[in-house]
Design a protein around this ligand. Structure first.
Ligand code: 2DT
Ligand code: MG
Length: 211
């Protein structure tokens, strides 16, 4: 460790855009090629108490009001925030497969909640240095394998989520849009390019907080 902090990199996008695949490959590349420590986290983390409840909500076997679901998704992040700061402070990069952006986008798009109310629940979490937004037309996403299995995997919801990402969230300077219609190798190259460009620029700066 050379005393520099790790960076926080979030993958965002609709369902079936390839986030998990790309995040795994980016993790491997940071570890093996850049030779720096890195971990990959997925949100929601379905293994904690909040996550087990959210898993039953997403699979459709539990009903929750929109507000309760939203707060549980946010709590599912807050319960790991100390560990997150520790990792970053220790010099490890942390890659996130979904984060608070999904939290707001899905609660607004699928449950009709007020965006400002939604944003408040995640306010104060560490803000990613880089958000890789894997953008895929929901019509194409819906043709990929297993689409439709979980609660929010419906065309109209995915279209509203995408619009919210593009209209409301994409304005931030740390967002990079990558077309997920490209072959996976191309997508990965663009992710690596964005990470390479970001690293020297942010590492001497403190992490910001959402929002
Ligand atoms: P995965 O398919 O990636 O496991 O996501 N979601 C996710 C929310 O509604 N709020 C959140 O805060 C997060 C992180 C998006 C499962 C679904 O959960 C939705 C898809
Ligand atoms: Mg999913």
């Amino acid at each position: 460790m050379n005393g520099t902090r790790g960076t926080l990199i979030a993958f965002e996008g609709g369902d079936r855009a390839g986030k998990s695949t790309q995040a795994k490959q980016a993790l491997q590349w940071i570890r093996e090629t850049l030779r720096e420590p890195a971990v990959l986290w997925h949100f929601p983390n379905r293994h904690s108490a909040t996550g087990r409840l959210l898993d039953t909500y997403l699979s459709g076997s539990t009903e929750l009001t929109g507000q309760v679901a939203h707060l549980l998704f946010a709590a599912n992040r807050w319960e790991r925030v100390e560990e997150l700061w520790q990792l970053l402070d220790s010099g490890s990069h942390v890659i996130l497969d979904r984060y608070a952006y999904s939290g707001v986008a899905f609660s607004v798009a699928a449950r009709g909640l007020d965006p400002e109310w939604c944003l408040a629940a995640d306010r104060g979490l560490p803000s990613p240095d880089l958000v890789l937004f894997l953008d895929l037309d929901p019509q194409l996403a819906s043709k990929r394998g297993n689409f439709g299995e979980e609660r929010y995997e419906q065309l109209v919801i995915q279209q509203r989520v995408r619009q919210f990402f593009l209209d409301r969230l994409f304005q931030s300077e740390n967002w990079v849009r990558i077309s997920a219609e490209q072959p996976p190798d191309q997508v990965q190259l663009q992710c690596r390019r964005a990470i390479t460009e970001m690293l020297p620029r942010v590492r001497s700066l403190p992490l910001k907080l959402l929002w």
